[in-house]
Write a protein that binds this ligand. Structure first.
Ligand code: GDP
Ligand code: IMO
Ligand code: MG
Length: 430
């Protein structure tokens, strides 16, 4: 099986963009299968930084097919803006290099408005969403009133669908004291972008079936991370989609056996943006240092990321529920220079030792991490491209993580740059 799925194993921002970019040299097709422009994936190539939200990170390499699968919620304006952004950077985007599933649901302006109004209404209990309309768009999909890419080709039916959609959303917006939408306005603005978007629309499942039959290698690019998964994450402080590897099949229109090797992208410490439990959070000097050294600011919203020690119990759980075969350990260099580094190996809940994060919100908020302390290292790992360049204590840290999470390190990343990556096991050859 030559395909690979890349997913985040923590709360997002593990460095998926960098690893997908690096792996995409080995792939023919790169597919986004869930989430939307709540994602923010950073790639650094020869000093030039690219920030992608909706386009697959393979887009920056010529000669690859980029695919936005049916599991993604697509904001047409955000997509077209991002296509312009990459074009300004000299990257060609054509219907030959990018296809969008015709059955993908759209994010429309009322989704963002409802997302933000709901968050405001939640007050102190807010989720801290990205405000991009992700949740409301997935709600509409499940409620069977969503508008899909293919609907843009059927203007009469589209108007009826918008009217029905607004019966729901305008009632909600009115109740929340926010401005309502007019069907004609939504229709007109959609019509302005409809033809452009339709150029990219395709039955993605057919193209991926062709890829399977002709032996092309497919790289599935996840967004967010397992702890933000709507089923397996720290509910309700999660995103509204499944982000685990199984979703690569559903969200692209391929069978489960096509997913192939599952690579979990894992930061050498832990970060989280938005609200919700975070057992190993360090609201102190160590957390500030991690944030400063790791430049931990959200790629999408610019919010400061909360920082803490590596939570091996949580990552072990993510590995099990998501079917991760091996991890890419990123940002090891951020730990350079710490005298001591802590790893959470399990939790205490009401005085009892537990080795997993329970589902209850109360329990997740009250678990106490149990740490073991590892000696830091003096030399630097930054920019290392082979094991031999790593200080002995850094290797010890990596080996201990492998032991605790019960999965091997397949790749190691030592800087934001594409080539500062150590390959241990090629996921495409597994
Ligand atoms: P994603 O959402 O998982 O793609 O991750 P983001 O792009 O939101 O955040 C990861 C950040 O870490 C980006 O700024 C990357 O350029 C950067 N990064 C990725 N890998 C490494 C690494 O090994 N070391 C350092 N120092 N930075 C990295
Ligand atoms: P990438 O792909 C980190 C978080 C938000 C919020 C919660 C719900 O870059 O790793 P949403 O807008 O999805 O309804 O917000 O999920 N969140 C992310 N955090 N990285 C992301 O994506 C995220 N996408 C959503 O901060 O807590
Ligand atoms: Mg990100």
């Amino acid at each position: 099986m030559a395909n690979v799925a890349v997913i985040g194993s923590q709360w997002g921002d593990e460095g998926k963009g960098k690893i997908v970019d690096w792996l995409s040299s080995r792939a023919d097709v790169v597919v986004r299968f869930q989430g939307g422009h709540n994602a923010g994936h950073t790639l650094v190539i020869d000093g030039t930084e690219y920030k992608l939200h909706l386009l697959p990170s393979g887009i920056v390499r010529g000669g690859k097919l980029s695919v936005i699968g049916n599991g993604v919620v697509v904001d047409p304006w955000a997509l077209l803006k991002e296509i312009e952004y990459v074009r300004e950077n000299g990257i060609e985007v054509t219907p030959e290099s990018l296809i969008v599933a015709e059955n993908a649901n759209l994010i429309l302006p009322m989704h963002g408005a409802v997302d933000r109004a709901m968050e405001a209404a939640r007050g102190k209990g807010s989720i801290g969403t990205t405000g991009r309309g992700i949740g409301p768009a997935y709600e509409d999909k499940a409620a069977r009133r969503g508008i899909r890419v293919c609907d843009l080709a059927e203007p009469d039916l589209l108007m009826t669908k918008i009217e029905k959609l607004l019966v729901h959303h305008n009632a909600l917006l009115k109740g929340l004291g926010a401005e309502t939408f007019k069907a004609q306005q939504v229709y007109d603005s959609l019509m302005q972008v409809g033809d452009t978007l339709l150029q990219y629309a395709a039955p993605v499942w057919r193209r991926l079936d062709e890829a399977r039959r002709s032996g092309e290698k497919v790289l599935f690019e996840g967004a967010q991370g397992v702890m933000l998964d709507v089923d397996h994450g720290t509910y309700p402080f999660v995103t509204s989609s499944n982000v685990v590897a199984a979703q690569a099949a559903t969200g692209a229109g391929v069978g489960p056996r096509s997913v192939g090797y599952v690579l979990g992208i894992t930061k050498a410490y832990t970060t989280r943006v938005g609200s919700g439990p975070f057992p190993t959070e360090q609201d102190n000097e160590a957390g500030t240092l991690l944030g400063e050294r790791g430049h931990e600011f959200g790629t999408t919203t610019g919010r400061k990321r909360r920082c803490g020690w590596f939570d091996a119990a949580m990552v072990r759980q993510a590995i099990k529920v998501a079917g991760i075969d091996g991890i890419a350990l990123t940002k090891l260099d951020v730990l350079d220079g710490f005298d001591e580094i802590k790893i959470c190996t399990g939790y205490k809940l009401a005085g009892t030792d537990i080795d997993y994060l329970p589902s209850s919100q109360m329990a997740q908020e009250s678990v106490e991490p149990v740490y073991e302390t590892i000696e830091g290292w003096q030399g630097t790992t930054r920019g290392a491209r082979s094991w031999a360049e790593l200080p002995a204590s850094a290797v010890k840290y990596v080996r201990r993580i492998e032991e605790l999470i019960e999965a091997p390190v397949a790749l190691l990343s030592t800087s934001p740059e594409r080539d500062d990556t150590i390959l241990v096991t090629d996921p495409f050859l597994e």
